[in-house]
Ligand binder design. Sequence first.
Ligand code: NAD
Length: 398
Amino acid sequence: MIVAVAKETFPGERRVALVPSGVAALTKAGFDVLVQSSAGDAAGHCDSQYVEKGARLAETRDEVFQADILLQVRSTGADDLARLRPGQTVIGMCDPLGSPQVANEVAATGVTLFSLETLPRITRAQGMDVLSSMATVAGYRAVLLAAEALPQMFPMLMTAAGTLAPARTLVIGAGVAGLQAIATARRLGAVVSGYDVRPTVKEQVESLGAKFLEMELDTATAEGGGGYAQQMDEEFYRRQRELMSDTLRATDVVITTAAVPGKKAPVLITAEMVAGMPQGAVIVDVAAERGGNCELTVAGETVVAHGVTILGPTNLPSEVARHASQMYSKNISTFLLHIVDEGQLKLDTEDEIVAGTLIARDGKVVHPLVCELLGSVLGSVPGSVLDGVPGVGKGEDN
Ligand code: NAD
């Protein structure tokens, strides 16, 4: 079977789905690895490195899309839809919960589509967990962006020219990205506090040498299934903002990563709170792509308001493309090897890893959550899309 790596075409995307050091594991498993020429360039991997590791090069995109299995970071661009065919398997990230219509369009081509963002976060799937990998890179990069935009240094320095105060940094949302942001800011010498609605996170924040910001809020119901945050009511968020205002008045850097799976990010910093922050302060809103944690964030842009710089980056992992690709490559090849047996795909839908990531098959969207979202996005969903989905469509179970 031919496994191909397509060059990413999304604007500004620098990552590649497979790095040269990942080729051997796939050839050993019996795959013929085909890489589109220059696919790895932006991540620091030239064509000859792939060839040295046993891959073949494809000069044209059409040739790549002839493969049995396609590995991508972002799957699949509108320009490629016409290149897809029934029987082919596409593995990547297609944001099925954020853009279910895209999954629907890809489904119509007849490919078997897997999206790694919906992988269950269970222990045996840790090696495939792209969300954790990319969040790790995002948390690191967010702090570097803040350090660049801040008109002061992060560490405290005592010099002959006087004492320089350390950057007071607050990380809101201490999940994977937030914890990496705390660790990075600490390494740069900042004085760091962390906050999360999930009380269990306190110990993790403190183990990184940061202070946990205590707030008098009832968080008994804040943690839901899988260790994720639950959406709280507006009164909770109002009180949270109120309690956080004082802290922000004495904060130079805020990194916000607060998110609730499948929902718009909660607004935790209002324009009024920004106005109360020190002049020159910086907010890096890692949740920008999901609506942002700051009211003034503009996704993909830098806004200066009340003397505060607010960054709304939307693809932080791509800015550290080599390491992001290395982690992604390991995740995607571990996943691929999990779903093949003796060189053939084995789609065991009883396996929660397969069931959680299988988005489309036989011309239909089959992931229950994506079907549900499609129903509300499209108003009415063509019968074929919902047919055969347990609890959603009609017909036999998939
Ligand atoms: P995420 O990106 O969905 O959210 C980021 C953080 O924002 C979370 O910690 C969440 O609690 C926090 N948050 C939400 N609303 C908030 C608010 N109003 N104020 C402050 N913080 C708020 O989450 P994530 O980083 O992808 O993962 C979160 C958790 O998932 C992990 O800490 C862990 O428990 C679990 N997880 C498990 C595995 C595994 O077992 N393999 C892997 C990764 C993550």
